[in-house]
Design a protein around this ligand. Structure first.
Ligand code: IMP
Length: 425
């Protein structure tokens, strides 16, 4: 099995969790390399739904170790809660199954407070963040005033770091936003206790991953969010605070680019977005509402209704370029069943083959293709798909220029059509 990076090609929520789960059957490690518990990766196994926010989606497999890499921002409480929830479902997670990088940055109470207070202060100009403290934690990382997981294991170091950082945070929280001050003693005590609980999992994630490579094993890099939420390539400033593109897999895990063999882009058969920002193919009418209802398009992390619209070819084609996609997995195709016609955005007015710097003024050019009525959740081979559906997939494939090698026709592990060799190796 090659080393594979999996990324979202739109604005997140493309169904990456399910595809990673399908692929993780064949790998030795699944690594998260960016983001934090702003993600929500939904898995359905044996009819039971589980949403993971921080742990890699391979955590339900016995064959692989899960790694939370240095590029992730970690809320220790959330990680421990997920470990506990799994235990409650009969899956005990030990250090053999989970390695947490000592270099990953920690989300602290002042990050959570500032994320929320700033969003409130922005009013109508809010980004619509998940309020999980992601942005403020990455800010501190870049400003060299972050606290890393390793600091939670060293009482005097943690206290010294907090004493250097917290007064400044309180000036902001109290002085600017009239919020509640952060108490250093409280934070120190609480986070040392959380660190002690996480300690068995904390380790040298880079050494671990290189060990797997040396033994000829394979690694799956699990991206979170999507290409157009990337802080460099997304619809800035309505983006998340990390690099979500495939290139980030290397920096966020400590594995070099020469080790990456395949990059799989996950594309939903239509488009959704949570939070503010440009969305050229958004459908504000009845059909958009239908996509939301049938697709269950409500945020896995915040429960917010997702904005819904049509497949945007220029967007996914741009994602194919930026990420160097070698394959595409097309998800939630079943949600489109029952439509008479399906609009596809094939370009933006006046843009030709170029991609605009900002999408705010992009006016989609639509082509309508015939829809299909049949329920397709039972289909396991491409040949079983309705003819119009096959044409829809072939058309997207041709327009994007990357082969579609997996098609998802329902939320369950089994409700998947595998086409290429990558998913069966
Ligand atoms: P943040 O990552 O919480 O700072 O939120 C920044 C933007 O990214 C907001 O528009 C969020 O709705 C969006 N976002 C963050 N994580 C996800 C995700 O996993 N799926 C979809 N949107 C996300």
């Amino acid at each position: 099995m090659p080393n594979i990076v999996v990324v979202g090609t739109q604005w997140g929520d493309e169904g990456k969790g399910k595809v990673v789960d399908v692929l993780s059957r064949h790998v030795d490690a699944v690594v998260r390399f960016q983001g934090g518990n702003n993600a929500g990766h939904t898995l359905v196994v044996n009819g039971e739904q589980m949403v993971l926010h921080l742990l890699p989606s391979g955590i339900l497999r016995d064959n692989c170790v899960c790694v939370v890499g240095n590029g992730v921002v970690v809320d220790p409480r959330v990680m421990l809660e997920e470990i506990e929830e799994l235990a409650g479902r009969g899956r005990q997670i030990g250090p053999d199954q989970l390695v947490l990088s000592a270099r990953a940055h920690v989300i602290l109470p002042y990050h959570l407070a500032l994320d929320r207070l700033r969003e409130e202060a922005r009013g109508d100009a809010r980004i619509g963040t998940t309020c999980r403290g992601i942005g403020p934690t990455y800010e501190d990382k870049a400003a060299r005033r972050g606290i890393v997981v390793g600091d939670l294991l060293d009482a005097s170091r943690l206290r010294a770091r907090l004493e250097a950082i917290v007064p400044d945070k309180n000036r902001m929280i109290v002085g600017w936003f009239n919020g509640e001050p952060i108490d250093i003693d409280d934070v120190c005590e609480t986070y040392l206790a959380l660190g002690a609980q996480l300690a068995p999992f904390v380790g040298d994630s880079v050494g671990h991953l290189h060990g797997i490579q040396r033994r000829g094993g394979s690694i799956l890099f699990e991206g979170a969010q999507g290409t157009f939420l990337d802080v460099d390539h997304g619809t800035y400033p309505y983006v998340t605070s990390s690099n979500t593109v495939a290139g980030a897999a290397c920096a966020g895990s400590g594995v070099g680019p020469t080790a990456i063999d395949e990059v799989v882009g996950i594309a939903k058969a239509y488009t959704t977005r949570v939070g503010s920002g440009a969305f050229p193919t958004e459908d504000h009418g009845e059909l958009g509402e239908r996509l939301r209802r049938v697709g269950g398009e409500f945020g896995a992390t915040t429960g917010r209704p997702r904005r819904c619209g049509w497949f945007d070819v220029p967007l996914v084609r741009q994602a194919a370029r930026i990420n160097g996609l070698t394959r595409i997995a097309l998800t939630k195709l079943d949600v489109l069943s029952g439509l008479d016609e399906i609009p596809i955005c094939t370009g933006y007015e006046g843009m030709g083959d170029t991609f605009p710097d900002a999408l705010d003024n992009a006016v989609p050019i639509y082509e309508s293709v015939p829809g299909w009525k049949e329920d397709m959740r039972h289909c396991r081979h491409m040949s079983e798909l309705p003819a119009s559906c096959l044409r829809y997939v072939a058309h997207l494939e041709e327009l994007i220029g990357v082969p579609v090698e997996l098609v998802s026709v329902g939320p369950g592990r089994q409700e998947t059509i595998v086409r290429g060799d990558l998913f069966t190796r």
